[in-house]
Ligand binder design. Structure first.
Ligand code: AP5
Length: 214
C-alpha cells in the first residue's frame, strides 16, 4: 500500500500517519520530519533547508525529491509506506511518478485532509512537539499530562518556529498557491479520496481506514 496524505498544514496528516505506523506497520515518510532531523544534525541538506522551514516556504524540488528518492529505497518500505507532506508541487508529483515506475511500483491512493482555515490556525498555534522523540500534543485538544513535558519520554515540549501565527499564514498561502493544484492532478488520475478531517482524531482515523480499504 502506497498512499499520499495530502492537505494544508495542521490538518492532522502527521497525527493520522503515526496511527497507521502503529496499527499497520507502514512507515511514515514525512519530508518535514526529515528536514527537521537534517537541521538538527547540521547536515548539508539541513543547512540548505533551514531558511525555507523558518519562513514557511517550500524547500527546492530537487533537494526534496532527492531525500525521498533515498528514503523509499530502504528495506522498511518494501510492504508500502505513507507519504506525509510529499509531493507538494506538480514537479514533485511528476518526479514521484517516475521514481515509482522505476521501482516497478504504483500509487494506491491520495487522501485529501480537509479542515477549515480557522480551525487550522487553532490547531497549529496550540501544537507542542517533543524535541527528543517527536511526539505531538495540543494544549487544548490533546494536552500532555504534565504541562510542557512529553508523556512518552519525559523531555521538554516546544512550539515549532513555523507554528507562530505569521508563519502559519505564510504556509497556508504557499499551500493554496503551490500545493492545492495537486488536488486536480490526482483527481484526474482517479486516485483522490476526500476526508473530513475537522472531526475528532478517532473519527478521522475511522474514515481514513475505510478510504484506504476501498
Ligand atoms: P511539515 O512538517 O510537513 O508541515 P505541514 O505540512 O505544514 O504539516 P504539519 O506537520 O504542520 O501538520 P499536520 O497535517 O501533520 O498536522 P498534525 O498532525 O501535526 O513541513 C514543514 C516545512 O518543511 C514546510 O513548510 C517546508 O518548508 C518543508 N517541507 C516539507 N515537505 C516539503 C516538500 N514536499 N517540499 C518542499 N518543502 C517541504 O496536527 C496539528 C495539530 O493539531 C497537533 O497539535 C495535533 O495534536 C492536532 N490535531 C491533529 N488532528 C486533530 C483532530 N482531529 N482534532 C483536533 N486536533 C487535532
Amino acid at each position: 500500500m502506497i498512499s499520499i496524505f495530502l492537505g494544508a498544514p495542521g490538518t492532522g496528516k502527521g497525527t493520522q500517519a503515526k496511527r497507521f505506523v502503529q496499527s499497520r506497520g507502514w512507515p511514515q515518510l514525512s519530508t518535514g520530519d526529515m528536514f527537521r532531523e537534517a537541521i538538527k544534525n547540521e547536515t548539508p541538506v539541513g543547512k540548505e533547508a533551514k531558511h525555507y522551514l523558518d519562513n514557511g516556504e517550500l524547500v527546492p524540488d530537487e533537494v526534496t525529491v532527492g531525500i525521498v528518492r533515498d528514503r523509499v529505497k530502504r528495506d522498511d518500505c518494501q510492504n508500502g509506506f505513507i507519504l506525509d507532506g510529499f509531493p507538494r508541487t506538480i514537479a514533485q508529483a511528476e518526479a514521484l511518478k517516475i521514481l515509482l515506475t522505476d521501482m516497478n511500483r504504483s500509487l494506491d491512493s491520495v487522501v485529501l485532509f480537509e479542515v477549515p482555515d480557522e480551525q487550522i490556525v487553532k490547531r497549529l498555534s496550540g501544537r507542542r512537539v517533543c524535541q527528543s522523540c517527536g511526539a505531538v500534543f495540543h494544549v487544548e485538544f490533546s494536552p500532555s499530562k504534565k504541562e510542557g513535558v512529553c508523556d512518552a519520554c519525559g523531555s521538554q515540549l516546544i512550539q515549532r518556529k513555523d507554528d507562530q501565527v505569521d508563519v502559519i499564514a505564510k504556509r497556508l498561502e504557499v499551500y493554496k498557491k503551490q500545493t492545492s493544484p495537486l488536488i486536480d492532478f490526482y483527481k484526474k488520475e482517479g486516485l483522490l479520496r476526500i476526508v473530513d478531517a475537522s472531526k475528532s482524531a478517532d473519527a478521522v482515523y475511522e474514515e481514513v481506514s475505510k478510504v484506504l480499504q476501498s
